[in-house]
Write a protein that binds this ligand. Structure first.
Ligand SMILES: Nc1ncnc2c1ncn2[C@@H]1O[C@H](COP(=O)(O)OP(=O)(O)OP(=O)(O)O)[C@@H](O)[C@H]1O
Ligand SMILES: [Mg+2]
Length: 262
């Protein structure tokens, strides 16, 4: 977090703010955000998720929280709690019908994300996970400039490595002095739903990640249970997924702890 961010925007009730990003859409950011949040919560932390994807909000559905449930208290939005006790704020709580699109231009979208940070009555949280929108546009830039991120977790699929898209997002983080915590390589192999065997989806048993200047914190295979479930609540996840995501949570905690002792 830059000094300017720390001074201007810190929320004393929120210990750490982690963004989940990727230059690209559809690579598993929201999936990783809800899994990481629940893994941290399962370890005893108090966790919230800020859904910064205003035009494609998916956190309420993934956590089984209804839309249009916004409540206000003392002029602030009250986050909605998931079954597992995770505090959530999403644009879907403010619109009546979740299938209705939010047709706003960039500045309004950015304003909404800022307000989800400043005007939400977040409780005392050990971690706030921010599910960032795809791309390196207005909303991502505003989020990086106005939220006091302790770091960003990047999600990519192996085919992204051959493009420059993830690198663009990594450079954007660097330019706004936001720490890159590590990479989650998603869907590089397929776990056969019938025999459980892991089959590489890319040549040579998994494409090599280029040097993006950060450690790989987890490799999640494509799994039918993750693809098919409408909602990804912790109790309904397989042991394998829980173990992989708990490892990711430990990796994130480790990187943050090391950064804090520097
Ligand atoms: N490891 C996985 N195994 C199986 N399916 C997955 C996995 N990760 C993500 N998916 C599926 O891929 C799709 C895209 O995932 P998700 O919505 O998390 O991506 P995203 O990066 O947040 O997308 P967007 O850019 O639209 O916000 C979803 O249907 C999700 O269920
Ligand atoms: Mg998403």
């Amino acid at each position: 977090m830059s000094e300017e961010q720390a001074a201007g925007n810190a929320n004393p009730r929120i210990a750490r703010v982690i963004g989940v990003a990727s230059g690209k859409g559809g690579v598993g950011k929201s999936t990783v955000a809800v899994l990481l949040a629940q893994a941290l919560s399962a370890k005893g932390s108090r966790v919230g998720i800020l859904d910064a994807d205003i035009t494609g909000p998916s956190i309420p559905r993934l956590l089984g929280v209804d839309s249009f449930r916004a409540e206000a208290d003392d002029g602030k939005l009250v986050p909605i709690k998931s079954d597992g006790g995770i505090e959530v704020m999403s644009i879907n709580f403010l619109i009546e019908e979740e299938t209705r699109p939010v047709i706003w231009r960039g500045p309004l979208l950015s304003q909404a994300v800022k307000q989800f940070w400043t005007d939400t009555a977040w409780g005392d949280l050990d971690w706030l996970i921010v599910d960032l929108p795809p791309g390196t546009g207005d909303v991502m830039l505003t989020a990086l400039q106005s939220l006091p991120f302790d770091g960003l977790l990047f999600v990519a699929t192996p085919q992204d490595f051959v493009s420059m898209i993830v690198a663009k997002a990594v450079h954007m983080a660097a330019q706004t002095k936001t720490r890159a915590l590590g990479l989650v390589v998603n869907m590089e192999s397929l776990v056969c739903p019938h025999c459980g065997k892991e089959i590489p989806l890319f040549t040579g048993g998994g494409a090599e990640a280029p040097d993006l200047g950060m450690p790989i914190l987890a490799r999640l295979p494509w799994r039918a249970d993750l693809a098919q479930k409408r909602c990804l609540l912790w109790d309904g996840l397989s042991e394998e997924v829980r173990a992989a995501v708990s490892g990711l949570a430990e990796g994130v905690e480790g990187v943050i702890a090391r950064a804090e002792t520097l």
